[in-house]
Design a protein. Sequence first.
Length: 276
Amino acid sequence: MAEEVSPEKAKEIVEMLTGGGSIESINTSLALGILPLVESIDDMDLLHRLVEHAQQVAEDDIEKGWARFEQLKRYAGSIDDVAELAFHAESLEKGTALAAAVLHHHALMLLSIEEIDSAQTSIRRSLTLRESVEDKEGIVYGLAVLSRCSRLNQDWDSAIIHDTRRLELAITMQNDVLRMEALADVAHAQASIGELATASEMYQESLDFAKRLEHPAGHLVASWGLADLAEIETRYDDALLALSDTMHLFMQLGIPAPDLLKKRLHDLTALGEGVN
């Protein structure tokens, strides 16, 4: 939601909903729903008040659970606290969506401390719950985490299986952003097992989606992968061309280009000059 409106519009919406004491009249669902907007305008005091308010006015255990989840995510809740909430959510009637979301976050926390096996256990449980309610988007995100676990274990075959399923679901959902992301991840895994031609085709397809969507992050990921493949084959001019195209997109959209991109362009230019 916060990404779909300008900062000015976000501020206007937030003021309308919370200004003049009206925060006291909003329910838990709305309070939690506008958190991304409040975060986008960097009003941390209001963010804290909304999280507290959401907990105070929660009408049932499910709403209390979602409010508690936001508190844990935003204010450095411990891994044990998150695990306890997940266990509690699973015991609630109609708590499946909450439990799945909390378990997903639990897996990410475990990955951050390199507890890969435990992370796999949590994300597999989250996926099972999401499959039970046919939450396709949640399944896609869960498969991305499961793939990440496989990559960290250098299990490229499993990563390809998980990412290919992501890709199939994204196609079914007709979600081009998810499709773009899955294509790039499958390409990376294919490249890691030496299937460079397949990887190149999939990176190119991901890049085509990124161009149509004017998606700078997707453009960078795909062009970076294509540059890697070109550099492996000492095609430095092709690598430079791929990343220069990405630099032009950042400039066109008025977005500062990442320093890493600038450095690699500089390094590739030097490599190309050395060869020539």
